[in-house]
Design a protein around this ligand. Sequence first.
Ligand code: SF4
Length: 54
Amino acid sequence: DAGVMAKAAVQYQDTPKGKDRCSTCANFIAPHSCKVVAGNISPNGWCIAFVPKS
Ligand code: SF4
């Protein structure tokens, strides 16, 4: 299920941060959700809760 933290609380942005982006984050749920952040999440977004996929 999608997460409950607000985008603002994790400084979510609709653009990548360097090479890091939601599509390469372990928390991302394709196509447009996240395990920890609520709302519509872009595969090309980023936030401070980013965890690289292993
Ligand atoms: Fe979710 Fe943040 Fe990871 Fe994006 S970078 S998938 S918003 S935890």
